[in-house]
Design a protein around this ligand. Structure first.
Ligand SMILES: [Mg+2]
Length: 228
């Protein structure tokens, strides 16, 4: 079986401009009177939206209702306001998608983003309709459970069975590598996010790349093995 690719979004396919994201988060904190929450010294890379928002309200009377209200407000603000100017596609990703399509590789998402936010982000770089299945950060706190959800959705969409080892996760953080290993997939790490080559090496991905450019040079390693 040809490998099935699962892409992370932030730091792998694109970057959302920090200014836009900070404005959205600050607006939410203000609206929900969580002004004592500081965003300083918090790392969001590789984490799920569910985990991030649960943490932000942790010091306040945390309730499911508050979490639900905040997350739906965040989804509205992101989907209504995110435009192409707020997002920067990472070099090489269009060529990578083209390569996958040319070689009939199925491509989905494995992202900490809420499903609606994930779609808004990929739409903002013109890739709407490209990723037909995925595992999303609305479904679980911990990213390690997302590949399995992506697999279930893949099987549902394509009406075929897939094994964990058929999947290749492509992401920019140690958490992407961790979730791939937990699931049993192979993993390609890219240094286009906030982690360096050395930092990613420590987590032993199958391959580390500086960018997804020139996939014809490194993808054959994955497409010519594990065939069944
Ligand atoms: Mg990422």
């Amino acid at each position: 079986m040809k490998p099935i690719l699962l892409f992370d979004i932030d730091g792998t396919l694109l970057h959302v401009r920090k200014k836009f994201l900070h404005e959205v988060i600050h607006q939410i904190l203000k609206e929900f009177k969580l002004t004592s929450v500081s965003l300083k010294n918090r790392s969001f890379a590789g984490r799920t939206d569910r985990d991030i928002f649960s943490e932000l309200i942790l010091e306040h009377s945390q309730t499911d209702d508050l979490y639900d209200s905040i997350s739906s407000r965040y989804i509205s603000l992101m989907t209504e306001n995110l435009s192409a100017t707020d997002v920067e596609a990472i070099d090489g990703i269009f060529g990578m998608i083209e390569f996958a399509q040319k070689h009939d590789l199925h491509i989905g998402l494995c992202t900490g983003n809420y499903r609606e936010v994930a779609q808004a982000k990929v739409e903002a770089i013109g890739l709407e309709g490209t990723f037909l299945f995925g595992g999303y950060g609305c479904n679980h706190h911990d990213r390690i459970h997302l590949p399995k959800l992506a697999k279930l959705e893949y099987q549902d969409v394509f009406k075929r069975t897939a094994r964990a080892e058929d999947f290749i996760i492509i992401g920019d953080t140690p958490n992407d590598i961790r979730c791939a290993r937990h699931f049993g997939a192979r993993v390609i790490a890219v240094t286009t996010g906030s982690f360096s080559f050395d930092q990613l090496t420590d987590h032993k991905p199958d391959l580390i790349l500086d960018s997804l450019e020139e996939p014809d040079k490194w993808m054959p390693k994955f497409t010519t093995t594990n065939q069944k």
